[in-house]
Design a protein around this ligand. Structure first.
Ligand SMILES: NC(=O)c1ccc[n+]([C@@H]2O[C@H](COP(=O)([O-])OP(=O)(O)OC[C@H]3O[C@@H](n4cnc5c(N)ncnc54)[C@H](OP(=O)(O)O)[C@@H]3O)[C@@H](O)[C@H]2O)c1
Length: 329
């Protein structure tokens, strides 16, 4: 496992151990060192010293930490001829337009023609860089590579924390600023459903490209379920896209799972997941994810800092916006 100690990798290790596999972890040795004492730990750095991978053989390698094609190519060079199967954890951000409905695995991916961006490891180029990583992986292990394009991954230990904002904010209660329309479509995948499925795909050595997103739901359902599960007194004030844009609310960060919709759009998450379902992916249901996320996050404030930066509205900012909305209405 190239990774395996934070979120996706952590649950993938759990799933692989539950299936009876022996797991080796390769990380920098900084995070959650108490996890998985039964696993061998190799210490190195994907973008630095990977010598700990040299001379070893594995039936399969799961790569949760590949973000740059050069980095993936380098480890693949060391692993070439020594592994049976390769899983690359990718993202729906590889698609040129993942905002439209029904994006499937054959939809066009975003290309990076700009060598300067590649050289600079520009994080703004996350999707196209991941797309290039996918190609690098397939070139190294043709016919033995499983590429999993994940949608927003949620649940306990979510290090991005965007989804987590909503159940926690609703649980705190009071008047909650809700984005756009109640029926706006959302689509997330519980990390445990993702991990169990990826582990089974590795066990069955099933290559190919798969979208990994959950069942479609709505923003209204997410908030109502969060309210029911947390038994809070939350009330929801749905503010229009126009109002949020006028007030410079930052999409996805200040209001996670929200971006202004283009005309005719129902939501930003309409990714086709039938291919993965045909290969056995199942979903435990949004209510379970909300309940377990709330149990994990405890009494933490709703607005916080996740792996990608600040998340959610501070209580002051939310109150200001609600006040402005009332005055406008
Ligand atoms: N979250 C989402 O919604 C979402 C959506 C789509 C796709 N994805 C993809 O899912 C993956 C998420 O990864 P995760 O953080 O959950 O994975 P993880 O395997 O649980 O954790 C990553 C671990 O890898 C180690 N690591 C980080 N940088 C490293 C480096 N340079 N060299 C060696 N080890 C390193 C870190 O441990 P140490 O600190 O000990 O090194 C970290 O704890 C990513 O590939 C992302 O693109 C996520």
């Amino acid at each position: 496992m190239l990774g395996g100690t934070s979120f996706v990798g952590r649950y993938l290790v759990e799933a692989a151990l539950a299936e009876g596999h022996t797991v080796t972890l390769f990380t920098r040795g900084r995070t959650n060192l108490d996890l998985f004492p039964q696993c061998e730990r190799l210490v190195g750095d994907r973008i630095g010293n990977i010598s700990a991978l040299e001379g070893r053989r594995w039936d399969a390698v799961a790569d949760t930490t590949g973000f740059h094609p050069d980095v993936v190519a380098r480890s693949n060079g060391v692993l070439a001829g020594r592994i049976g199967f390769y899983l690359f954890v990718s993202t729906i951000s590889v698609y040129a337009d993942y905002g439209r409905q029904g994006v499937d695995e054959d939809s066009p991916v975003a290309r990076l023609d700009n060598d300067a961006l590649i050289a600079r490891r520009d994080t703004g180029a996350y999707g196209p860089l991941k797309a290039r990583c996918e190609e690098v992986a397939e070139e190294a292990f043709p016919g033995r590579t499983l590429i999993v394009r994940c949608g927003l991954i949620v649940g306990p230990h979510d290090n991005v924390k965007r989804f987590t904002y909503w159940p926690r904010r609703v649980a705190i209660g009071g008047e909650v600023l809700a984005p756009g329309k109640r029926r706006r479509m959302i689509q997330v995948i519980d990390v445990r459903d993702l991990a169990d499925w990826m582990s089974s795909m590795i066990s069955r050595q099933r290559p190919g490209i798969f979208n990994a997103t959950g069942a479609r739901s709505t923003m209204g359902e997410l908030l109502e379920q969060s309210k029911a599960i947390s038994r809070s007194d939350a009330s929801f004030t749905w503010c229009s896209d126009d109002f949020l844009v006028e007030n410079r609310v930052k999409p996805q960060t200040e209001l996670p799972l929200w971006s202004p919709l283009r005309p005719g759009q129902d939501g930003h998450y309409g990714i086709a997941n039938e291919r993965a379902i045909a290969e056995g992916m199942t979903f435990r249901g949004l209510a379970t994810t909300v309940r377990d996320t709330l149990a994990w996050v405890g009494d933490a404030p709703a607005h916080t800092v996740g792996q990608g930066g600040p998340v959610g509205l501070s209580p002051e900012r939310e109150a200001e916006l609600l006040d402005a909305w009332q005055r406008r209405s």
